[in-house]
Unconditional design. Structure first.
Length: 358
């Protein structure tokens, strides 16, 4: 069995618990202390620091394992938790009582409290029996452990929801990425089919390029992000295959700032934009079409644009599945730090990706 590991957030929370514990009891005790006895402040701080460490230790050793357990039913878990909570409070009470009995810390014994009021010079001596003090401490510590347990359950529930959201996000990203595959694979097969009867060597080269597309697609769901260099390497393979099919009808140009090659973006995103441009903007037209890929740095991040010429002043309508999926992936991965804009003019269509992060 692997050892139980604690996250850094949990450790910091426990440290904060110690500070709150010591701070609370110091704030409670300060009004009861006389300014003429400054050494008492240090003694109480030492005592409460030891008690705080004990509190954190007992909550971690006794209560946390029960709250984390998922192999027992809810009713049994709560009964066990309440029993262990009382045991922890009892131990904490005995520790506090023991510390007050140590010779060095005897002055911190709260069973005898001296209060000096402003209205009288005569100190008010308040004596409590040992049993009363033990019951008061036991009650106080029980409430404190109950609050700690409620806070831990709330934190654990938040962590569980966060993990579930992450898992759902990853599953949705994988699904959206896989939906991209039929678009470019269908066109690639058509290109190879047309080549078989014209140029077998070129057909073989196209099959090799297609195998690279397949290989990358099979690995696409393993990495939600790719570098711009990886995206261009894959997209170039696709464009060469499509250029074989479209010949002079497809002319493409790529201009990418050298400082952006290692910047990351959603896997297959550039291919999605280029495939959309070829399929709906260039392929339907008889006249030659131009496709331009540009990536530039901006003051707040960087931009990636794919522009294609169109005929009859319009871009052929499609299902827009690829672009819709890309928008969803951008939202899931970057929130408002990435944006896809589509711009239509009289003779060209532009898909612009804007990233406000590096």
């Amino acid at each position: 069995m692997a050892p139980d590991s604690c996250s850094s957030a949990y450790l910091w929370a426990q440290l904060l618990t110690m500070l709150i514990y010591a701070g609370y009891f110091m704030a409670y005790t300060l009004p009861l202390l006389s300014p003429e006895q400054p050494n008492l402040y240090g003694l109480f701080l030492v005592k409460y620091s030891i008690e705080a460490a004990c509190f954190v230790l007992l909550s971690h050793v006794l209560l946390r394992p029960v709250l984390k357990a998922d192999n027992i039913n809810t009713l049994k878990r709560w009964l066990v938790f309440l029993l262990l909570m009382l045991i922890a409070a009892l131990i904490q009470t005995l520790v506090s009582h023991f510390l007050s009995g140590i010779e060095v810390l005897k002055a911190t014994d709260m069973s005898k409290i001296t209060v000096v009021t402003d209205k009288s010079d005569t100190p008010l001596q308040m004596n409590f029996s040992t049993n009363f003090m033990l019951i008061a401490l036991l009650t106080s510590f029980s409430v404190m452990y109950l609050v700690w347990g409620a806070a831990y359950i709330a934190w654990q529930s938040w962590q569980a929801r966060k993990a579930l959201q992450h898992q759902m996000q990853q599953a949705q990203l994988q699904q959206l990425t896989n939906q991209l595959s039929p678009h470019f694979l269908f066109n690639a097969f058509n290109s190879i089919r047309a080549l078989i009867f014209e140029d077998q060597h070129k057909a073989a080269d196209t099959v090799t390029r297609l195998s690279e597309l397949f290989r990358f697609h099979l690995q696409a769901h393993l990495q939600p992000e790719s570098t711009l260099a990886q995206e261009w390497q894959l997209t170039e393979q696709y464009l060469v295959i499509e250029q074989v099919r479209l010949e002079q009808r497809l002319q493409f140009h790529c201009d990418i700032d050298s400082s952006l090659w290692q910047h990351k973006l959603p896997t297959l995103s550039l291919l999605t934009l280029v495939e959309n441009a070829v399929k709906h903007g260039i392929a339907p037209n008889i006249a030659p079409g131009k496709l331009s890929i540009n990536a530039t740095a901006s003051a707040t991040g960087w931009q990636l644009s794919v522009t294609n010429t169109t005929a009859n002043k319009t871009q052929q309508a499609g299902t827009a599945t690829g672009l819709s999926n890309l928008r969803q992936r951008l939202q899931l991965m970057y929130g408002g730090k990435a944006l896809l804009q589509l711009q239509q003019s009289e003779q060209q269509f532009t898909a612009l990706l804007e990233f406000s992060h590096v």
